[in-house]
Design a protein around this ligand. Structure first.
Ligand code: ADP
Length: 368
């Protein structure tokens, strides 16, 4: 019987439990044994009871649970070859040569590296006397498929990552709550949302809540953002708006590549010689990440989980490591490392302060 392992890795996101449920059940449906690796790569490296066989009923009710019930972790050991060697040994001990990983681009890069290294890891295990050649005969190839779990929607090549719409919904809900009190007191609020390298959450939250101004890493506003924001907020106030909402991504930058902080924005809105608004800062933090997944993420987790099991069963030594994307509402397989490279290109354009290029690259992604 083929044995397939499922794990979650890196930052958690709503929908990861839906992924695990779908993969476990699809694997069983396809006549395979399903295993869960607990605590991300740490579970592979340590083995033991962190690798557990799962039955159909073990994942009952998981669609409506937030976070990831099998745990996730950042694992330093997996960055080093000895850690990956221990992981390979534990997989063989459990009879597993196929893994589905749900995580961000870091986790997926690690997975691709592991797969590429697999034959040499096996050789090393044999030369160290851990296994006899005949014991690893049927483990010659490692099949890995990635699923993108991230609240930031920060991987190129897919329209939505699992969890991003849940985080967006949570932000919108929080902004609605803030708006009521802002309006009552005629106040301004600077709301910081997650997104270190990717402004998708901030931008879409701005659209969805009708915010007055948005700061994102990819496209800093005019050369003088202070003047621009001042003018726009003032115009809105003149139109009779009793509240001002400015949304700022964690990684917001100005045209010179310097960080724009919520305090800088607050000081400007509150400046007695300028707008003079009673201004507060709200950092949404981990409420954006927690909680249950919205319907869209449950649907995505389920459909992509099913596709991931099919992909891992159909993978051959010749096929590139793939991940499951959604493009124009279709669930499809795509080469993993190309998407990771495209994502890196956007980040490096931002680092070089080539914001127009960064924005162009993200646009290309939308129209792909
Ligand atoms: P995310 O998957 O959310 O991007 P990280 O970048 O922290 O999060 O990656 C999660 C884990 O994946 C790391 O702690 C590490 O164990 C593994 N990993 C990430 N990048 C690599 C890599 N280049 N080589 C090996 N393992 C990696």
């Amino acid at each position: 019987k083929k044995k397939i392992a499922i794990m979650t890795s890196g930052g958690d996101s709503p929908g990861m439990n839906g992924v695990v449920r779908a993969c476990v059940r699809m694997a069983i449906h396809m006549g395979c044994d399903a295993y869960c690796v607990y605590e991300g790569y740490e579970g592979l490296v340590q083995g033991g009871d962190l690798i557990r066989k799962m039955e159909w009923h073990d994942v009952r009710g998981w669609l409506s649970e937030g976070g990831t019930l099998i745990g996730t972790a950042r694992c330093m050991a997996f960055y080093e070859r000895p850690g990956r060697l221990a992981a390979a040994k534990n997989m063989i001990l459990n009879g597993i040569d196929a893994i589905i990983i749900c995580g961000g681009d870091g986790s997926l890069t690690g997975a691709d590296r592991f797969r590429a290294e697999w034959p040499s890891l096996l050789d090393e295990l044999v030369s160290k006397g851990e296994f006899k050649p005949e014991q690893i005969e049927s483990f010659k190839h490692l099949n890995i498929v990635g699923l993108v779990g991230s609240i930031d929607n920060d991987l190129s090549g897919t329209d939505a990552t699992i969890g991003c719409y849940s985080a967006l919904a949570r932000i919108c809900y929080a902004v609605d709550l803030i708006e009521a009190t802002a309006s009552s007191h005629s106040r301004a609020f600077v709301i910081e949302v997650m997104g270190r390298h990717c402004g998708w959450l901030a931008l879409m939250a701005g659209v969805a809540t009708g915010a007055d101004f948005v700061f994102i890493p990819e496209k800093p506003s005019e050369h003088n953002w202070k003047e621009e924001m001042y003018r726009i907020v003032q115009e809105h106030r003149k139109l009779g708006k009793r509240k001002t909402i400015v949304i700022i991504a964690e990684g917001a930058l100005d045209r010179q590549g310097k960080k724009i902080t919520p305090t800088m924005v607050k000081d400007l809105l509150a400046d007695k010689n300028g707008l003079g608004l009673d201004t507060r800062i709200t950092t949404l933090g981990h409420v954006q990440r927690g909680g249950t997944a919205v319907a869209y993420d449950r649907m995505l987790a389920t459909l992509q989980g099913v596709e991931a099991v099919k992909a891992v069963l159909e993978a051959t030594p010749e096929t590139k490591t793939c991940f499951i994307a959604i493009t124009e509402n279709k669930i499809i397989r795509k080469p993993l490392m190309e998407a990771v490279q495209d994502t890196k290109q956007v980040s490096s354009a931002i680092e070089r302060q080539d914001f127009d290029e960064a924005m162009g690259l993200r646009d290309a992604e939308f129209s792909e």
